[in-house]
Design a protein around this ligand. Structure first.
Ligand code: ZN
Length: 339
């Protein structure tokens, strides 16, 4: 009996030693310790053992079981450890692998320029106001002191929806709508899309953007206008930017002026960018015409004001040194991603 037991234990130990994986350990356990296993068979044959020897044999069988179970557990832990290590090795992140790039877009140069202009004027206490792109003839022309026979009203310049409704040619009608409300003083800019029946070329488009400003209060003079636009130019083009006012004519302002800023490329010495003049035209402006104030119910004897208008595309073209306005509308990402 003793020899038989030893043979069983030795065989089991050999098999455990030779096993290569967790599953074979399971098979070994069944083969030797299971219900029909070799060790269990020995216990079953105890009835053939003399009663006085039974405790000793039982102890031997128990020892054999303990030995085998201990060895099986030891191997099992070894295999599990190996598996874990393998898994960790597989899941290790290779930090030298090239990263997946997320391509982040950005705003259009027009939007960047608009936000820049808005930031400057909001900083000076202006309100940003928007209005309809499809506008009554009255707001677009009449209320701005543009008479019926004015060349701007020519069908060659304006898109007419019908006799009384147009695609706005400027954002000034937004100013009229604000003035009509009668809440004074006014300090506002009106940015937005405007339309003119122009042919597309490097400097023209049937649809473009304007930012118009309006200030109405008591005792507003041309000096306020000059100071405001000088500050605007400095913030937009740098501390050294100077402005120059040239007399001009607009129906809605009197007196009116066109404003040039010193060329930010050459600092005023003259270069290809400013066509050798040292100056670059940026906007039109003037003191609000008394007729315009009167038509919106504001007393020109009590209140005065100034207005200005700047082309957003003009700012973007200058700021980013773009030489063709069409590039701003073609939405070619190879162009746009430069800004
Ligand atoms: Zn220049």
């Amino acid at each position: 009996m003793k020899e038989k037991l030893k043979a069983i234990v030795d065989e089991a130990l050999d098999k455990i030693k030779a096993s290569q994986e967790l599953e074979s350990l399971y098979d070994i356990r069944v083969q030797f310790l299971g219900k029909k296993g070799a060790l269990t068979e020995i216990l079953k044959s105890m009835k053939d053992v003399a009663p006085e020897d039974r405790p000793a044999v039982g102890q031997l069988v128990n020892e054999a079981r303990t030995t085998l179970e201990g060895k099986l557990e030891e191997m099992k832990e070894l295999f599990e450890k190996k598996l874990r290590e393998e898994q960790i090795r597989k899941e290790t992140i290779d930090v030298t692998l090239p990263a997946k790039k997320t391509i982040v877009g950005h705003r259009h140069p027009n939007s960047i320029a608009l936000e820049e202009v808005e930031r400057i004027f909001v900083g000076m206490g202006y309100e940003v106001v928007e209005g309809p792109e499809i506008e009554y003839d009255y707001y677009n022309f009449e209320a701005l002191n543009i008479p019926a026979n004015h060349p701007a009203k020519d069908e060659q310049d304006t898109f007419y929806i019908n006799e009384n409704i147009v695609l706005r040619t400027q954002t000034s009608p937004v100013q009229v709508r604000v003035m009509e409300q009668g809440k004074l003083p006014i300090r506002m800019i009106a940015p937005g899309r405007v339309f003119r029946s122009d042919e597309v070329d490097a400097t023209h488009s049937p649809s473009f953007h304007q930012i118009e400003g309006l200030v109405i209060d008591k005792n507003i003079t041309f000096a306020d206008l000059k100071g405001t636009l000088a500050e605007f130019a400095k913030q937009l083009f740098g501390e050294d930017a100077k402005v120059k006012f040239r007399p001009h004519h607009f129906p809605f302002t009197e007196p009116s002026a066109e404003v040039d800023v010193t060329c930010f490329k050459c600092g005023g010495e003259g270069c290809r960018f400013c066509k050798g003049t040292g100056w670059i035209e940026i906007l039109g402006c003037g003191m609000v015409h008394p007729n315009v104030l009167r038509m919106s119910g504001i007393d020109p004897e009590e209140y005065t004001g100034f207005a200005f208008g700047v082309g957003l595309e003009r700012i973007a073209l200058l700021k980013y040194e773009i030489d063709d306005m069409r590039l701003l509308y073609e939405n070619d990402v190879r162009f746009l991603k430069q800004f």
